[in-house]
Design a binder for this molecule. Structure first.
Ligand code: XBP
Ligand code: MG
Length: 262
């Protein structure tokens, strides 16, 4: 990225690493994981309550599974009347949702999105640092990383910041700010990869350049004005940046885009 130095000289801070979001970015976890698990948890609790894909897509504006559940419960008459009991029910349902979600990962129901495994490996081999900035629960993040990158997968990442680590979730920049702090890197030296408008807002507010690969819940046509530096269908998809054609997202492409972005 270009910067104006002390004497007005333009200096360039080299790209040091990539911060990956989890849900929707590494995999379609919302459609094949969290939504399925929420609905199974509602069914197990014998609640007259199911979320359609359309409803869940709208609810994704609320980040954090428990927060999403509490938001939706506030509009429903299901469950007990007393506020404390309603909150206890939400917490129990969320916990059960996460247990079911972990089972889905263990059963191999959640596959990485195109290009994710390749780009992570390229970054690791090419000397770029890696981090995670997600609003999901740590237990979910760890399970997905180990499922995709093996038992030693966590070692690939120099910082893993999750939902429990910050009081404010995306679109607040805190999760990205904490990831940068843990890595001791500046925002200018890192690039974020996100799938959602809330995720891009969080990364951009923390000062990171952002690559957007919209998930199924955020179609590309709705994702064009998010403030992302580059938007592409997925990491293996072709894209155009400043008139240049790229066949897919690589570390060379990331370095070029980072150098040219201002
Ligand atoms: C998106 C989210 C998550 C998940 C559910 O996270 O909002 O909360 O929907 O996870 P990301 P929990 O920042 O990775 O895109 O139920 O564990 O909160
Ligand atoms: Mg996401």
């Amino acid at each position: 990225m270009t910067e104006t130095g002390q004497h007005g000289v333009v200096s360039i801070s080299a790209l040091k690493g990539v911060v990956f979001d989890i849900d929707g970015t590494l995999a379609e976890t919302e459609r094949h994981g969290h939504l399925v698990a929420f609905n199974l948890a509602f069914e197990e609790a014998r609640l007259d309550w199911q979320w359609s894909e359309q409803e869940y897509g709208r609810l994704l504006q609320i980040t954090g599974g428990l927060e999403r559940l509490l938001h939706d419960m506030a509009q429903r008459t299901v469950g007990p009347d007393a506020p404390q009991e309603r909150e206890a029910l939400a917490r129990a349902l969320h916990q059960r949702k996460n247990e079911i979600y972990l089972d889905l990962i263990r059963q191999g129901q959640i596959a990485p999105r195109n290009g994710v495994l390749r780009l992570v490996q390229e970054c690791a081999d090419g000397g770029l640092r890696l981090a995670i900035a997600s609003t999901t629960s740590r237990v979910n993040a760890v399970a997905l990383i180990e499922s995709f990158f093996g038992a030693d997968g966590l070692k690939l990442f120099d910082a893993i910041v999750c939902g429990e680590d910050t009081p404010l979730k995306k679109p607040h920049p805190m999760v990205y700010e904490l990831a940068l702090e843990k890595m001791n890197e500046s925002a200018e030296s890192m690039v974020a990869i996100e799938d959602s408008p809330n995720g891009v807002s969080a990364a951009a507010a923390a000062g990171l350049m952002t690559v957007l690969t919209p998930s199924v819940f955020f179609p590309i046509e709705d994702s064009l004005n998010t403030g992302a530096t580059v938007t592409l269908d997925h990491l293996d998809a072709p894209f155009v940046f400043r008139g240049e054609q790229y066949s897919r997202m690589t570390i060379q492409a990331l370095r070029t885009i980072h150098r040219q972005a201002d």
